[in-house]
Write a protein that binds this ligand. Structure first.
Ligand code: KG4
Ligand code: ZN
Length: 333
């Protein structure tokens, strides 16, 4: 069963061909160089770059997979959440292919894509589970009692984790996108050098808050500079990262216990973070939980995760009308 997966919700043009959970092709045209000098994603430029990159990328993905348009059993596309103009580019292409080939269209929620990306590496038996979704736009804990059913347990009340990584990275002069660069720098730092606040660690719920941490880091660095002390960027990076990871690990394990599930699924770009993976794996082993995360290239935005979700939904008999619109604030479940 060959399904095309198209993802254009933010700044990566991504196309994959999957056969159930097997990835036959997974290509990404990154827009980093387009947005770099602005220090963040510029929506209008993102849409334009998707328009330029998408058609050749679809051709290349099909060629890599050795699959013709006529062999497609479905066309899966992200319909939200994300940047509306960017989403519409992928959706227009997906609808055209579905219309021309007769293959069914299936709209996919980007966040479900991040969660079920785990199926590529770990197979389809994922539910019941508690899922931590941490990306540039989202930070949330979700209970998945059975496949495709989601119950929100908690989420950030202000910034998303990836957003915090990107902002602190920019402040430290690490460029865009900052998450991977900060992760790299933190390897040489001491995570206990500075005790940054662990906001909402004891709030008794599954919500997160990250804007206070961001302010604390900025204030610390400015104060050190003013006092004439030499700031150690690696220590700042490692200590900041540790504060985020501490709260995320503790709340995720608590949520799994509360919901009495044995499986924890991690998904989203921030799951590429070395320290988060390390700490989650350790805490999961100590708590007797199965902690799963996607391989690195399936953590950040990709077409394979959209193809897999689309496949599963098509197999359940779901179809999406060609008249579907983009939903920039689409919720899970
Ligand atoms: O899931 P994603 O590719 O796009 C969204 O759906 O937002 O996530 C992108 C986010 C960015 O904020 C990026 O800085 C962050 O994931 N990220 C990381 C790492 N790699 C990507 N954050 C921390 N450590 C990393 N290694
Ligand atoms: Zn994403």
């Amino acid at each position: 069963m060959k399904v095309l997966g198209i993802e254009t919700s933010c700044d990566e043009t991504a196309v994959a061909v999957v056969d159930r959970e097997t990835v036959l092709a997974n290509l990404i045209a990154s827009q980093v160089d387009v947005h770099e000098r602005f220090g963040g994603v510029v929506p209008e430029l993102a849409s334009r770059a998707h328009v330029e990159a998408l058609t050749p990328l679809i051709d290349a993905a099909l060629e890599t997979a050795g699959c013709g348009f006529g062999e497609l059993d479905g066309v899966a596309v992200t319909v939200g959440p994300g940047l509306v103009g960017a989403l519409l580019v992928g959706m227009a292409a997906a609808k055209s292919i579905a219309l021309a080939t007769g293959a069914p269209l299936i709209g996919v929620n980007h966040l479900e894509g991040h969660i079920l990306a785990n199926a590529v590496d770990h197979g389809p038996g994922l539910a019941p589970a508690v899922c931590l979704v941490v990306s540039g736009g989202h930070t949330m804990l979700v209970h998945m009692p059975e496949p495709h059913r989601y119950e929100l347990l908690g989420q950030t009340v202000d910034d998303a984790a990836g957003e915090a990584f990107d902002k602190i990275a920019r402040f430290l002069g690490l460029g865009f996108p900052g998450g991977p660069a900060l992760d790299w720098l933190a390897r040489d730092g001491d995570p206990n050098a500075i005790r940054f606040p662990r906001a909402m660690a004891d709030s008794g719920d599954f919500d997160f808050s990250l804007s206070g941490l961001k302010t604390a880091v900025l204030r610390h660095v400015k104060a050190e500079r003013q006092a004439g002390s030499e700031v150690q960027p690696a220590d700042v990076a490692a200590s900041f990262q540790e504060a985020i990871v501490d709260v995320q690990v503790a709340k995720t394990i608590d949520a799994a216990r509360e919901r009495r599930v044995d499986t924890v699924l991690l998904g989203g770009g921030v799951v590429a973070n070395t320290r988060l993976r390390e700490r989650m794996e350790k805490a999961g082993a100590e708590a007797g939980l199965r902690v799963l995360f996607p391989s690195m290239d399936l953590c950040t935005d990709n077409g394979a995760m959209i193809g897999v979700v689309g496949t599963w939904r098509l197999l359940r008999g779901e179809r999406t009308s060609l008249g579907v619109g983009a939903d920039p604030s689409l919720e899970l479940g």
